[in-house]
Design a binder for this molecule. Structure first.
Ligand code: PRX
Length: 639
């Protein structure tokens, strides 16, 4: 239920959430179905770190997403699916139908040996069965680890390995724009090095040729025939793991961010309803016109988990899922879908807005867009120009924009306007939600008090959706988020608080880059480049990119036999594509004979970043480098 109805409410709730966080969150948690109420609301310390919410509480999140709504909204549409090809039929599922689908597939999982606590990897295209698979795992207490379908076999096998998955759910392939993406063959390649996987369940989508391994691979449609749609929920502890989602870090290995059942449920539902002002109870029951929410993110990312699947379903909303891309068959596709389904709330990424803005208004003009009520932005800072374009041309100056700042690790939205209630400012995520206590620290860890300050964004108090650990490696969680500044959660972002106390995220302050809204570790991309047999060493940095936000600039050292050539650059691109996936392909590759290093061998990325940005008059002191001459060579050869 929406609890913030005015800016006064916001201020009151914010104050309460800081004075008495336990009471504040207990009140929110009480709105759900629990098999057993919690004994204690919160226990925490940021030192180890050890954070637990709703201790002793028992629940199943799918009971709250599905069963809980059957009495009132069984015949309301829960999920609308818009296919990649606009001529293919739309699919719709009422809450009752989605409940049955999830139960069916939960039974398929059980029939194939899955049980509570197992890790299940999901590598699928954006079809309803992906959401069904996620919910089916949660229903039986298996921990899902969704891997974005754009990652290639190496990234996939790393993630399967790290989580010791014993089952993979995939499809023969997926449609994205004019392309058919092979998925099953990528799984086959990945599984060559993953002996823990005993079963692969394959959905038929593109009908491409696949090889099915006897005893290991089964078809989704065959398995469904063997089961019923009756499946009791597995009773989970509030702090049992719900899912693992891998995110890039400053080292080469992605981190398995762990979220748990109780806190994540309360946090995603609360933030969904309040930020977007989605009140299912005020909408007419039944039919499809009960407030259509469309989040364009892929379920392979946290935004898809929290605001395509869990948040909306917990709220009893109608969530729209789109299989394709914004430019297929043309750059008007998003706007066409909004009109076709009368979308009320539209949540997308700045990179998509910028790329569609660049295509011109002719793609927007044919559409009315008059069903829209709220617009959202997520994933990277939105520049003022894109914000204004979005506000004017898509929202027709009638729709508030919620610029929502959050992270895979935060589970849900943290700093954001409340739609229609908070006065917005282009480029600003504005104010913290109730329950969120941000601070800005200087590089020594001193808190910057007051307004008009800029520093590193940290949190000083836990919220229910906070990361609990990184899978199988708690030390890494501590090191990455809780060690830089003692007793604070460190976000890795730089941030400014302006004269009004509004927050503006300035970008990452570590070695990860946001490319088209996707977080990529530079070390991870370097590892992929170094898979090329002729590359000795590489260094990757980001550079400002008009559409993508950040582009990837790779400096590579080939062995002596290979000359600087387009051929070599093409091969490097193909290598990254093969080992990591198309999202990590460098925009620029510069062949160099050496890299600027300190005497201790550390690459001076600061210098490389400046060169990539073209800021060459301001490289700082290079005299302490191992080989200062290399800088001159790199500047000359800049691409
Ligand atoms: O740098 C911030 C940026 O995205 C990072 C988190 O990325 P990820 O874990 O992939 O989650 C993305 C979806 C929540 C943050 O550390 N970021 C996210 N939203 C915004 C943002 N930067 C500025 N403004 C935002 N609204």
């Amino acid at each position: 239920m929406i609890s913030i109805n005015s800016f006064e409410d916001y201020k009151k709730q914010y104050a309460l959430s800081v004075q008495n966080p336990e009471q504040f969150w207990e009140d929110k948690a009480n709105q759900f179905v629990w098999k057993k109420k919690w004994d204690k609301v919160l226990e925490w310390n940021f030192e180890e770190p050890d954070v637990k919410w709703f201790l002793g509480g028992k629940l199943n999140i799918t009971e709250n997403c599905l069963d809980r709504h059957l009495k009132e909204r069984a015949h309301q549409t829960a999920l609308i699916w818009e296919p990649n090809n606009p001529n293919e039929a739309v699919r719709k599922f009422t809450y009752k139908e989605l409940h049955s689908e999830v139960c069916w597939f939960a039974n398929v999982l059980k029939n194939n040996g899955a049980k509570k606590g197992d890790r299940i990897c999901i590598y699928m295209p954006m079809v309803p069965e992906l959401a069904i698979a996620v919910l089916a795992c949660a229903r039986i207490g298996a921990i899902h680890s969704v891997v974005f379908g754009g990652f290639s076999f190496n990234s996939l096998s790393d993630r399967i390995h790290d989580a010791d998955c014993n089952l993979v759910i995939t499809a023969d392939g997926g449609f994205r724009g004019s392309k058919d993406i092979p998925l099953k063959s990528v799984v086959d390649e990945a599984l060559k090095t993953c002996p823990t996987v005993k079963k692969v369940i394959v959905l038929e989508r593109t009908k491409c040729n696949v090889t099915m391994l006897a005893d290991r691979d089964v078809w989704w449609h065959d398995e469904i025939k063997k089961v019923s749609d009756k499946c009791e929920v597995e009773i989970m502890d509030a702090e049992d793991m719900l899912f693992i989602l891998y995110t890039s870090g400053s080292t080469g290995k992605p981190k398995g961010v762990v979220h748990t059942c109780g806190g994540y449920m309360v946090y995603t539902a609360y933030t969904f309803e309040n930020v977007f002002q989605y009140d299912a109870t005020s909408l007419p029951l039944g039919g499809t016109k009960s407030g259509i929410f469309w989040c364009t993110a892929d379920i392979g990312w946290i935004t898809g988990h929290s605001y395509l699947v869990y948040g909306p379903l917990l709220a009893g909303a109608t969530t729209l899922m789109f299989e394709g891309i914004p430019t297929y068959p043309d750059a008007g596709r998003f706007w066409k879908i909004i009109d076709k389904h009368s979308v009320n709330i539209f949540y997308t990424a700045p990179t998509a807005i910028r790329s569609l803005e660049a295509m011109g208004l002719d793609f927007v003009k044919p559409y009315k867009l008059n069903s829209l009520r709220v617009l959202g932005s997520v994933g990277e800072p939105i520049n003022v120009e894109a914000w204004e374009w979005y506000y004017k041309n898509i929202g027709k100056e009638n729709c508030p924009i919620v610029d929502t700042w959050w992270q895979t690790e935060t589970g849900g939205i943290m700093i954001s306007p409340i739609a229609g209630i908070t006065v917005t400012k282009p480029g600003f995520a504005t104010l913290p939600l109730p329950g969120v206590q941000p601070v800005l620290l200087d590089e020594h860890g001193n808190e910057l008090l007051g307004n008009n300050v800029e520093g590193r964004l940290c949190m000083k108090f836990p919220w229910p959706g906070i990361i609990r650990t990184t899978y199988k490696n708690h030390a890494r969680c501590k090191e990455a988020y809780f060690s830089t500044f003692k007793n604070y959660y460190f976000t890795g972002d730089g941030c400014r608080r302006d004269a009004d106390g509004y927050y503006r995220i300035t970008g990452r302050v570590d070695d990860v880059i946001k490319v088209s809204g996707h977080l990529l570790g530079t070390a991870e991309i370097e590892n992929a480049i170094n898979e090329h047999p002729d590359i000795v060493e590489s260094a990757v940095v980001g550079f400002a990119h008009e559409i993508k936000g950040w582009g990837i600039y790779a400096y590579v050292i080939p062995d002596r036999e290979r000359k600087d050539s387009d051929e070599l650059k093409k091969e490097i691109t193909a290598t990254v594509n093969k080992f990591m996936g198309a999202i990590a392909k460098p925009d620029k590759i510069q062949i160099v004979s050496g890299l600027p290093k300190t005497r201790s061998g550390k690459i001076m990325r600061r210098i490389l970043r400046k060169i990539a940005e073209g800021d060459i008059n301001n490289l700082g002191d290079t005299s302490t480098l191992l080989d200062p001459a290399v800088v001159e060579e790199i500047v000359k050869g800049k691409v």
